[in-house]
Design a protein around this ligand. Structure first.
Ligand code: A2P
Ligand code: 11C
Length: 343
């Protein structure tokens, strides 16, 4: 079966990775179109050795589309995903707009593939920092149960888009040249104050909600419970931006239901889909973002039993936020839907 695919936000950080993944994974494309804002309409874009013209994303652009991959921001998805679905496309949306809608499956295929069957035209791709965490924790939950998750993240700048990446580069160059360092984007383009990310760490991703947690932290909390079908799971998050280009890292403390050992967790993770265990302190083997960049896997290491709580374990989880965290997971959703006859 050959499908007509639309990539919405094709000129963005995630959109360009979606295009790479479609080629790399040999997705069965009959026809493809690339959509972005009116600013990009008419410009050329290369895909698989051919040149295409970018079109403005409008409702009519989705006529005849089977699969629409959205990554152009929440307001674009809010306006256009229902229009695409109305025209018969299955939307795989990489923004946060529909994620907590009870009618919209929120899916990491290795964790809750079965939820795809309940779709009504729109499927949500979770937040990048959530995806890698649940991919690593689900096999542990399935084997030993899971009661509590406390996570602190070290998130790469590419998660905030191409303009944030450009700002990191300019700030680093200006530091080195002894010039003034300006900040206009991070921690959140729409918040009042901005701080440099070069040579810095910012304990704010997205804006603050009323409870003192940021939206990014609340995404990790709420999305984890939804994907794992675990409303009673205790989850708390502190999300931090670090001056890394790509690859989110996470320090995660978990509590399991059944007593177990580090060796037993190693065994479970060795056999888990999409997970690569990198844990050997004798050889200083542990995951790091520069080695995760460009890789499909979610890497897990530094696994330790807590010194006070036998059911407590500490893990270090790293993955490429633009791949498993975004583009790869979206394409894996499309592949799972094809296999399950949902497309
Ligand atoms: P454009 O390049 O035309 O602005 P990133 O997350 O890397 O910043 O990328 C955002 C993506 O979303 C870009 O492809 C951008 O296209 C696209 N985009 C932004 N605003 C709109 C809009 N109003 N309609 C369609 N696409 C949009
Ligand atoms: C970041 N996690 O690193 C964000 C980017 O809800 O899809 C993804 C935001 C989202 O800034």
């Amino acid at each position: 079966k050959q499908l007509t695919v639309a990539v919405v936000g094709a000129t963005g950080a995630v959109g360009s990775k979606m295009m790479e993944q479609l080629i790399k994974r040999n997705f069965p494309i009959g026809d493809i179109k690339f959509l972005a804002s009116a600013r990009s309409a008419g410009k050329s874009i290369e895909f698989n050795g051919k040149t295409y013209t970018i079109e403005e994303a409008t409702p009519e652009a989705f006529e005849g589309v089977n699969v629409a991959l959205f990554s152009a921001g929440g307001s674009v998805s809010a306006a256009l995903a229902p229009e695409a679905a109305k025209r018969g496309a299955v939307v795989i949306d990489n923004t946060s707009h529909f994620r907590m809608d009870p009618e919209v499956p929120l899916v990491v295929p290795e964790v809750n593939r079965g939820d795809l069957a309940k779709h009504k035209g729109i499927i949500a791709n979770p937040n990048c920092s959530t995806i890698q965490m649940v991919a690593a924790l689900e096999p542990i939950r399935a084997a030993f149960g899971l009661t509590k998750v406390l996570v602190s993240t070290y998130q790469a700048v590419s998660g905030a888009g191409i303009s944030a990446l450009q700002e990191l580069q300019t700030q680093s160059a200006n530091w080195d040249a002894g010039k003034e360092v300006e900040a206009n984007i991070l921690p959140s383009g729409s918040d009042k104050r901005h701080f440099p990310i070069a040579r810095n760490v910012i304990p704010q991703i997205d804006k603050f909600t009323d409870n003192g947690f940021t939206y990014e932290e609340m995404k990790m909390i709420n999305e984890t419970k939804k994907i794992m079908h675990a409303p009673e799971l205790k989850v708390a998050a502190t999300c931090v931006r670090v001056p890394v280009v790509s690859g989110h890292s996470e320090s995660v403390y978990i509590e399991v239901e059944k007593e177990t050992t580090v060796q037993a967790i190693f065994e479970v993770l060795r056999n888990a889909p999409g997970i690569e265990l990198q844990d050997d302190i004798a050889t200083q083997t542990y995951p790091m973002p520069i080695y995760a960049e460009g890789e499909d896997a979610t890497f897990v290491g530094r696994i330790r039993q807590d010194l006070d709580n036998k059911k407590g374990f500490h893990l270090w989880i790293v993955s490429d936020n633009l791949l498993k965290g975004a583009a790869l997971n979206s394409i894996q959703i499309a592949e799972a839907m094809l296999e399950d006859n949902l497309l």
